[in-house]
Design a protein around this ligand. Structure first.
Ligand code: C6P
Length: 415
């Protein structure tokens, strides 16, 4: 049994936090739910659920279109949420915050607007070997459209980026770096500031895929000096269908719109269209209004707990989970980088990860099993899939114990 403390290091308000999440108060197959699939999507606190319900009950209308009271109220709340996101990322201006459907759409926006208009035959885009498909496929698509090429910075056996190799890939033809702030399949936290400095030294802009990092680390886009930052609301305890692309104003201003329609225009005739100002130029059509408001509530909720408090809690959980996992014979952890977020990806000898996932569900434990939309990572580690326990603000050391006990049971039955 591990000698690590079975508690978070400070007076973490775990009971209060858990009480805020109604979905946690249920039994699955007769067992209390242990939700460890936060990297796929997090559960929602009542503060977010209530904000959505209350918004639809009182303030809902389309936005930026109507002079009536509800139109103005809904617009004010949507724009207030944009300012909450600006503060959350410490962006310089609200014009730099574009609401999108999620990380996937944010990256596609940059690929099709920034990339398609600028990349030429022989240009290069540098990504890494640990990317999620959302940070691979949009670049492959724009490569096909423009003749640009994808360069992949390798990772080592721990799942850490080989920084020297990354640096070696940066050259006169590199037009963009697009890299995960935190890997979803491995948990690796990349040294984002260092990678950005290296790229900037050669005048190369950098996009950070923040889908996994944003719920776990304090993101400061000005301190990082990243050029683009993408994240999804649903992993951040907020609604689905809403996410954010942060872009430096100068870059966004120079980029063409990627979708045409209502709201992104100033004037339209059949001969020509004048586009709207930032950020509306990139928000064609009726956006996810209530979801944007809900995202604001989610951010306020997390900020109410505090980043340092969350980081200490999640760090304690992953340290404890890792130590306990290492005690289990036949368990292989995939992703052992020195800097890691609260993700434990693992395999068991002779037992397929899908069977692990199904078996754990019988214990009320929700994990993800599969390739995690990061097939190249699976290829690198020569596994078809992994089981992945991913932790969030409401998880406990007792839940880690339950996971480990269930894994031992699986081994007893199938191993
Ligand atoms: N990863 C997971 O279980 P969307 O689907 O657009 O909200 O996020 C896409 C995405 C992009 N980058 C990274 C690093 C991600 O982890 C994800 C989503 C989920 O790991 C669902 S595949």
């Amino acid at each position: 049994m591990s000698t690590l403390p079975r508690q978070s290091p400070q007076a973490y308000p775990i009971e209060r936090i858990r009480a805020d999440f109604p979905a946690l108060r249920q039994q699955i197959r007769g067992k209390p739910l242990v939700y460890l699939d936060n990297a796929a999507s997090a559960q929602k606190p009542k503060q977010v659920i209530d904000t959505l319900a209350e918004f639809y009950r009182h303030d809902f209308s389309n936005i930026h279109r109507s002079v009536h009271t509800l139109g103005e109220r809904a617009t004010a709340r949507y724009e207030a949420s944009r300012d909450t996101v600006r503060r959350f990322l410490n962006a310089a201006a609200v014009e730099e915050i574009v609401f999108v459907r999620g990380t996937t759409e944010a990256i596609n926006l940059v690929a099709q607007s920034f990339g398609r208009s600028r990349f030429r035959e022989g240009d290069e885009i540098v990504i890494s070997a640990m990317e999620h498909h959302s940070n691979i496929v949009p670049w492959q698509m724009v490569c096909r459209q423009t003749g640009a090429r994808l360069k992949v910075a390798p990772i080592d056996e721990d799942g850490a980026l080989i920084v020297e190799e990354y640096q070696r890939l940066l050259g006169p033809r590199t037009k963009l770096v697009a890299i995960a702030h935190m890997s979803n399949a491995l948990g690796t936290l990349n040294p984002a500031g260092e990678l950005i400095d290296m790229a900037h030294a050669r005048g190369i802009p950098v996009l950070l895929d923040g889908a996994q990092a944003a719920p776990h680390v304090k993101v400061d886009v000005q301190a990082l000096d990243c050029d683009f930052y993408a994240f999804s609301g649903h992993k951040l305890y907020g609604p689905t269908g809403i996410g954010v692309l942060y872009g430096k104003r100068k870059l966004l201003e120079a980029m063409p719109p990627w979708q045409g329609g209502g709201e992104m225009i100033r004037t339209v005739t059949f001969e020509r269209t004048e586009y709207n100002d930032l950020p509306y130029k990139f928000e064609a059509g009726t956006p996810a209004i209530a979801e944007a408001v809900g995202l604001g509530a989610a951010i306020e909720y997390i900020e109410g707990i505090g980043w340092e408090t969350i980081a200490a809690h999640e760090h304690a959980l992953i340290e404890y989970a890792t130590a306990r996992a290492l005690e289990i014979p036949g368990l292989r952890i995939i992703g052992t980088a020195g800097e890691k977020g609260a993700i434990l990806s693992f395999t068991l000898e002779r037992i397929h990860p899908h069977d692990i996932g199904t078996f754990l569900d019988h214990y009320g434990i929700a994990v993800r099993a599969g390739h995690h939309c990061a097939m190249p990572v699976m290829d690198f580690f020569q596994v078809p899939a992994t089981a992945r326990a991913s932790f969030g603000i409401y998880n406990t050391h007792e839940e880690v114990d339950q996971l480990m006990d269930a894994i031992r049971e699986i081994i007893k039955v199938f191993g």
